[in-house]
Write a protein that binds this ligand. Structure first.
Ligand code: C2E
Ligand code: SIN
Ligand code: SIN
Ligand code: FE
Ligand code: FE
Length: 375
């Protein structure tokens, strides 16, 4: 029996790794490359030798894959073999002696001459909880075995992989795929902080409303709305003990927290796509303040891009209205008083006027997209 768990990442290393992977994936222009990058991420996240992403085709009743390190294209019967069993039962598996497992179908090894020894399989599920395929990693490097922690790390990536693939199939258009990617990445970011999921949806709607009130045309308002969920993507690289600290942050922790703006920018800036470029600007400038006392660059007035000014207001509006690990939700009256108080200080005065003049429309969004679970 093989032993040892040297090939593990600490949670900080894991975050850095996911961060780097997503930065790379954001630059990709082509679906085939995208699949390969996802498989590589799956493989490297747990130090496996190979990763295969299996996709369930319910109509043809097969599991198929395009991406397999060293293998070109394969199909297997669903519900047969180890992968089939994991998919059928919707359960993740760790198998450290594959040939001793009666479910194992060695015909693929026989065809390829590759010896499978250890294996992990995680069924991929879509947002509705339906199984869409599986991520399979084979042979932990250095002759080690897979352990529970590997499974957890791979699980973290699996929703991301599943949703990315789903969007690839649903939406042939690269631009549309990109939109989905943005959404998924923001979910990955959000998962890490102990906040309920509707924050990004509300920020997106406040953003769109503000943009339109400000006079932006429908197309640009929609672009900004779709980019806004990414504003805090850089938080993915902030350690848990800071991100989810119940109390206030000390000076050092605060310095680290503030880096999320520039980190988000550096993740997205490499893209040549309009949507990701917009998201990069938003991530970079959503904590600048109109009076020039914000971060990271202390931009002032209209030096702050209108995208940054709009999302800044939308983000704070929602943050004040929400309970966070470090603070309670504010009363409605206090929120609006605060926004007025900060007119020309934190926020663009024109935007504050638009907010106050259209208060009911913002409250309608808040009430419609209330967090389902109230902690
Ligand atoms: P966040 O919780 O999403 O808050 C976004 C922004 O809303 C904050 O940006 C701030 O401008 C505003 N905001 C939120 N809560 C309050 C509040 O109680 N009073 C006032 N005046 N403004 C508030 P900021 O300050 O740049 O913080 C950025 C992020 O840093 C926050 O995002 C949160 O994740 C984190 N953070 C800020 N302060 C603390 C803290 O005391 N403890 C912890 N654990 N995290 C904090
Ligand atoms: C199996 O699931 O039993 C075989 C599939 C593979 O080894 O790739
Ligand atoms: C997010 O949901 O993107 C992070 C939450 C926040 O803005 O603090
Ligand atoms: Fe932020
Ligand atoms: Fe936010």
């Amino acid at each position: 029996m093989k032993k040892g768990t040297i090939m593990q990442r600490s949670s900080d290393e894991l975050l850095t790794f996911i961060f780097d992977s997503i930065s790379e994936i954001a630059k990709i222009n082509d679906n085939k490359q995208l699949l390969q990058a996802l498989a590589k991420m799956g493989r490297d996240i747990v130090f496996a030798d190979r990763c295969t992403i299996w996709i369930l085709d319910k109509q043809k009743n097969i599991l198929w894959t395009k991406v397999a390190h060293g293998i070109e294209k394969l199909t297997i019967e669903p519900y047969s073999g180890i992968v089939g069993d994991a998919v059928q039962r919707g359960e993740a598996l760790i198998i450290n002696d594959v040939y001793a497992d009666s479910r194992f179908n060695s015909s693929i090894d026989e065809d390829t001459g590759y010896k499978t020894e250890t294996m992990m399989v995680i069924p991929m599920k879509n947002r509705r909880g339906e199984t869409t395929g599986a991520i399979q990693v084979i042979n932990k490097q250095m002759n080690e075995v897979f352990v529970e922690e590997d499974l957890n790390q791979l699980r973290l990536a699996s929703t991301y992989v599943s949703e990315t693939i789903r969007s690839m199939f649903l939406l042939e258009e690269i631009d549309a795929t990109q939109k989905e990617l943005i959404h998924i990445m923001s979910i990955v970011g959000e998962r890490r902080s102990e906040e309920t999921g509707d924050h990004v949806k509300r920020v997106a709607e406040y953003t769109k409303l503000l943009a339109k009130l400000y006079g932006m045309n429908e197309e640009e308002a929609t672009l900004l709305c779709e980019a806004s969920p990414m504003h805090d993507i850089g938080k993915i690289a902030i350690p848990d003990h800071i991100l989810n600290k119940p109390g206030s942050l000390d000076k050092k922790e605060w310095e680290i927290m503030k880096t999320h703006a520039e980190l988000g920018y550096s993740m997205l800036k490499g893209s040549s796509r309009k949507l990701l470029k917009t998201a990069a600007t938003v991530a970079y400038e959503h904590h600048e303040r109109y009076d020039g006392t914000g971060y990271p660059r202390e931009l002032k007035g209209e030096e702050v891009h209108i995208y940054g000014r709009i999302v800044a207001l939308a983000d704070v509006l929602d943050a004040l209205n929400s309970k966070r690990v470090y603070k309670d939700a504010w009363k409605e009256e206090d929120i609006f008083n605060h926004m007025i108080e900060e007119k020309g200080k934190h926020f663009d005065p024109r935007l504050v006027d638009l907010l106050i003049a259209n208060k009911e429309k913002f409250l309608e969004i808040r009430d419609r997209l209330k967090d389902e679970v109230d902690a």
